[in-house]
Write a protein that binds this ligand. Structure first.
Ligand SMILES: [Zn+2]
Length: 257
């Protein structure tokens, strides 16, 4: 407990509680599905990490309501794998989803001390909702399982590497399609949400070129899309390796063929 600081959300002084970066409900669900083999393969890197600068009123009130929504989405949608070449419809409440994405990104940003300033501008919206912030895009990419190159008939390893990780990270854009923009990834199993925050002078509608995923319209509640990349392809690509701009170009070249 630390009463000398203010809550990262409501900015009030008071006793601060420990909050998980990831909702306990998501960690529990992910672990239930996880197996020992997949545990080795997919580390729950920030699953157990906590921060302790949130007051109990925020933590147990609006923030826990957002977590409950995301757990519902997990049960109804994220827990069902995306299948290669099969269309999939994602059903969502844009406002609640965006509030949650900003919340977990802000939590992770404070832990890693990056993007804190840009994300802290949206705490009011995270807590209370209301008018959608301008300059933010959410894009969704579905990731399907990949054949395991180490598998052979009779081997003990799994034949398919499923998309079952959870992660929340800042992503550096190798080709910098938008100077000054912040790109964050929130991945839950096969659902990869890319949150793009444009600088104040840039129109979010201009942000298409070079960004991953399909734009999640904020005036609809449904989006149909296909799983476009496999787990291995994704891991090999630029997103987790800021220096791998070459692989991004190669990916584009493959898609263009
Ligand atoms: Zn608070």
């Amino acid at each position: 407990m630390n009463s000398s600081r203010v809550c990262a959300y409501c900015k009030k002084a008071g006793s601060l509680t420990r909050e998980h970066i990831w909702p306990a409900g998501i960690i529990k669900r992910a672990k239930d599905i996880n197996t020992s083999y997949l545990g080795k393969l997919e580390k729950f890197v920030d699953a157990e990490l906590t921060i302790k600068d949130v007051c109990s009123a925020c933590n147990n009130g609006p923030l826990s309501a957002l977590d409950a929504y995301i757990c519902d989405l997990f049960d109804a949608q994220f827990s069902r794998p995306a299948i290669r070449r099969q269309p999939r419809t994602f059903i969502y409440d844009y406002e609640v989803l965006l509030r949650w994405l900003l919340k977990i990104s802000y939590n992770s940003a404070r832990m890693n001390e990056s993007d804190v300033e840009v994300l802290s501008r949206h705490v009011e919206f995270v807590l209370n909702g209301g008018e959608l912030p301008t300059g933010i895009q959410v894009r969704l990419e579905l990731i399907h399982s990949s054949p395991n190159p180490n598998w052979s008939p009779g081997s003990e390893t799994v034949k398919e590497i499923p998309a079952i990780s959870i992660r929340c990270a800042r992503v550096d854009m190798p080709e910098n399609p938008l100077p000054g923009a912040t790109l964050r990834l929130v991945a839950i199993y096969g659902f990869y949400f890319w949150v793009v925050i444009a600088p104040p002078h840039v129109k979010a509608s201009l942000l298409h070129e070079g960004l991953p995923g399909k734009l999640l319209p904020n005036n609809r509640s449904k989006l149909s899309l296909y799983a476009t990349r496999g787990m291995l392809e994704f891991h090999a690509s630029w997103a987790l390796n800021p220096r791998a701009s070459q692989s991004m170009r190669e990916l584009r070249a493959r898609r263009a063929r």
